[in-house]
Write a protein that binds this ligand. Structure first.
Ligand SMILES: NC(=O)c1ccc[n+]([C@@H]2O[C@H](COP(=O)([O-])OP(=O)(O)OC[C@H]3O[C@@H](n4cnc5c(N)ncnc54)[C@H](OP(=O)(O)O)[C@@H]3O)[C@@H](O)[C@H]2O)c1
Length: 304
């Protein structure tokens, strides 16, 4: 099955919480700045959130009046309103998120101008589907009344060409991805403080899973730490590159295990697990073809 490479990118407390008052303290707000900066750097073809996060971050909980659509005829099947270069994927089982436009408008370029795709179950009421069509929001069905995440990801890959997707919370949707072993990489921005007991964890109802460190960075002024870890159980190709190319003057660092000098695709699993790939520039892909495609775009950019 083709599906996007999934990076779960989250801001957490030291005790692994992702909601609550800690986010609004000076320490939490400094970590937020880092979170959004890393989001812009990682930049996938899409970012994705659960229904609650989409409502709290983008629609303010707006619920549209669906009465004008009560008797609307809606063609069956998925609705692909348009292809675009960057998408916002909303996991919304029963069709509740009150979008008012086909695109996200946000002052942060990491979220601005994403075309919205709603991922729904087949029991979503028809008036909501008609409403989405009226404002040009795309939608896909995955599952009868419960979300079939592998099917959703396969459709996102095949219908929209999404190869890399940032999963950005909250706790419930992250947990559903984690239990289905659909998280390839974790990108954790950790604020140096604990949260309250009632705050939600990174993964709601998680299972045991091992990850290997790819990259770590300490932001000295705030004490925020950024970790990238890849799922130890999955098979990946790493696209390694360095803008310094053959003039790289970090030879010692490379010899110590950060492989970032060459434009090269590497099968991660064929190397020692301690071997590190490309520092914060490492890009992982599910297939060699997708990693080669990425490096080709880097070569073209460098050649300009
Ligand atoms: N720290 C961070 O980096 C960060 C990032 C994002 C969000 N957050 C915080 O997280 C909080 C929201 O998180 P949350 O855990 O309450 O909600 P959430 O994960 O954002 O959304 C959960 C909802 O998604 C829908 N859903 C779609 N597919 C699903 C599936 N396969 N399994 C389960 N649910 C599915 C369900 O809504 P229906 O029942 O309606 O289908 C479910 O209730 C907010 O406070 C937000 O600020 C923090």
């Amino acid at each position: 099955m083709n599906r996007p490479y999934i990076i779960c990118h989250m801001l957490t407390s030291l005790d692994g919480k992702v909601t609550g008052d800690f986010l609004y303290t000076p320490t939490g707000l400094a970590a937020s700045e880092t979170y959004y900066e890393v989001n812009r750097l990682l930049r996938g073809d899409a970012f994705a959130c659960g229904r609650v996060t989409m409502e709290s971050s983008f629609t303010g909980g707006f619920r549209p009046d669906l009465t004008p659509f009560a008797d609307a005829q809606v063609p069956s099947g998925d609705y692909i309103a348009r292809q675009h270069s960057y998408y916002a994927v909303s996991f919304d089982r029963h069709g509740n998120v009150g979008w008012t436009d086909a695109f996200i408008h946000d002052e942060d370029e990491g979220y601005d101008n994403c075309h919205i795709i709603e991922v729904l179950c087949e029991d979503t009421p028809k008036p909501y589907l008609a409403y989405l069509r009226s404002i040009g929001v795309s939608y896909l069905f995955a599952g009868a009344s419960e979300m079939d995440l592998p099917l959703a990801l396969s459709k996102l890959h095949d219908c929209f060409g999404i190869r890399k997707m940032l999963l950005e919370g909250g706790s419930i949707i992250n947990g559903a991805f984690q239990r289905a072993n659909l998280i390839d990489e974790l990108s954790l921005v950790i604020a140096p403080m604990t949260a309250n007991a009632e705050d939600k964890p990174l993964f709601w109802e998680s299972t045991m899973q091992e990850f290997r460190l790819v990259h770590e960075k300490l932001f000295h002024s705030s004490g925020t730490v950024h970790l990238r870890l890849r799922n130890a159980a999955n098979r990946y190709m790493a696209a390694c590159w360095c803008p310094r190319g053959s003039d790289c003057d970090f030879g010692m660092q490379c010899r110590e295990g950060v492989y970032c000098r060459l434009l090269e695709v590497i099968d991660v699993n064929e190397h020692d697990t301690a071997f590190r790939f490309g520092g914060d520039r490492a890009q992982f892909f599910r297939t060699r073809e997708e990693a080669e495609h990425y490096l080709q775009t880097i070569r073209q950019t460098n050649a300009k």
